[in-house]
Design a protein around this ligand. Sequence first.
Ligand code: GLC
Length: 772
Amino acid sequence: MEVQILGSAQSAAKQNNALVIKTAEATARVWIYSPTVIRVSISKNTGVSDTSFAVIQKPEGSIDSKENSDHIEVTTSALKLSIQKSPLRFNFYTADGKELSQDDSRFGVNWQGTRVINYRKLYKDERFIGLGEKTGDLDRRGSSYTNWNSDVPDHNPKSDPLYETFPFFVGMHGGLTYGLFFDNTHKSYFDFGATTDHQMSWFGADAGDMNYYFFGAQNVADIIKDYTWLTGRMEMPPLWTLGYQQCRWSYMSAQEILDIAKTFRDHNIPADVMYCDIDYMDHYKIFTWNHETFPDPKSFIDKLKSMGFRLVTIVDPGIKVEPGYKQYDEGVAKNYFATYPNGEKFIGEVWPGRCHFPDFFRDDVRKWWGASFTALTEPGVEGFWNDMNEPAAWGQNIPWMVKFGNYYMPEIRNVYGMEMARATHEGTKKILGNKRPFVLTRAAYSGTQRYSAVWTGDNSAYDAHMLLGQRMVNSLGITGMSLVGVDIGGFSGDPTPELMVRWNSLGVYTPMFRNHAMQGTKMREPWRWGEANEKIIKKDIEQRYKLLPYLYSSFYQSHQTGLPVSRTLAINYTQDTMVYNPTYQNQFLFGDGLLVAPVISTEHTASVYLPKGEWYRISSGEHYEGGKAYTVDAPLNDLPVFAKGGAIVPMQNIIQNTNEKGDGILEVNVWYGKEASKFVYYEDDGSSYDYEHGTYHKREISFDPANKRIKFGVISGLLTSKYTKIKLVLHQFQSNISGNVRTVSVNGEIKALSGDVVMFDNTNSAITVAYH
Ligand code: GLC
């Protein structure tokens, strides 16, 4: 395959809202989406179709550019794109002229056959983070990756590709940051200086256009905000999905699930969700129930509900070829399945045997699929687990000539899972009316956060997988996915009791907290590990429930800004090289105020790096000066978790599931800090869409050490909080301010401090707490 060059600009003209540049070989178009987001699309095709599965924004109406003999300059208030005419190259700068990212001056964009590649200049100190669910290190410099959604049951900490495609990364060098989203759904490749002469990084795809969005905000959080502005943000999750989730392939009968649910209640271990994996179905036929083992789905789910549990059921895309089976008959009659070019339906084998695959790229098929969920919603299912949607088929390959909508398989394999999740989300949302559905998908593409949560697929029960899982959760957070889980305990293999305990304690700080295991493995429920371990697991799950007000508010932040709940330290401490050190790269912030350091199960001490600032171990209150590494105790019952100085963490009492009201006391924990801080507290009914119409309860809580004040701002929203009292807990204030804190006043009224705690009514008006 010869290399075909992009050539030199022969003409440049504004057309509608784009700048169109033509070379003898290709056409390049530039659009401004916002002052910090510029799109470049280079194509050899004429009459380029301009569809995107990911992007939900439109470009701005005009483009500001000027041209001289060598260059065309496109400017916004934040960015300058300098386009060199000969040969055609695209070079990005900040508005004040700092170089952010350039084409490699020699090679830029070129083609080999249908393959399109962009070679870019690699900076000496450049680091890369992103690409979502990928193995390897936090800093992806020196690594290369492929995006080709695949079912990878035996993956290891180096395997690639995996199940999901997020072709978005952040580059950092010389104190500067930029982001790049390559919106091309073909099999794609990213090489962060792995295989070149240290002068280039490159990315490309098997076919399609060199179509990318360049982000120029000067910090990672703002780049994530821009990326999720462009590709969408998550809805508020149902509150129950943030509780503890118990899954297994498979609980084999309704009775077994009820027994497990009851055991949670008997042992007073909080839990919210039970799952049905594939064996609840009749011969794995989607939208059916096995009537022998699940004879009366409605009364089964009613019983679960009466114990405070929700049920999530699995659905796979493969529809069994079996005349007389409703979904098969309907799909055949309406031609809803993927076909060969001659119109014959494609058949691949999955759990049910020979299957057809719904064409989720068609509107009518998505509607049909979505409406079929009544078979599950009528008896009371509220969560829909979309699996095997890479799509998986035994033997993996699906012939390239298989057609989905107007596309052939190679073009849309990476989006199939997302479109299935979309069909599921849209369909169940319609059926459930004002109730929020929960969708969980294994395969995904950029934008999936609009429809679904994801988990990281079939991991294994060993320590390195636990750490890898955490890095993947953190990395998915960079690419817009906040509601993310891993199979706690490891899907395949049997964890040691120590690993189970440790992984569960990390699960407390995983956005979606789900224990799941493969058939044939040891049972995994909390009481299977001996009394002493059960006690630790229970205490940790209780901690999760106590954190729910904080966690829910953190999800509100994801919903509003795209910032994830689990944040690699690279988001807040981008320029601190220690956060990329392999020893510390798994650490993350959980919400604004807590730092979690994962520890393997065989170690009972941990090397922890605490970035600049002040930190307190939450279990002991011990103070640590940031900007240093420490060796800290990490026994199995005490995962190292630190509160940032000034952290504001609203908590509640222990409840057994999220239907319980609790004691009505919101426990607002503040850790002393030298700097002012704030936290947006958010609450809504946790289940409906009324929050979209103003029914929520939101206020800013701020801490001002200079004036010795903690303020609860006025409420916005129409909802009255479910907490009638606020219990304010001041951590480490005594030792940090001169003289002891002995009294506080709440709106001017002096109150005695009992220990570090003061209690007052949760009123809708502003509340000022002054400590003396
Ligand atoms: C796939 C899923 C796994 C599930 C199994 C059976 O391997 O990744 O979570 O339990 O299929 O449905």
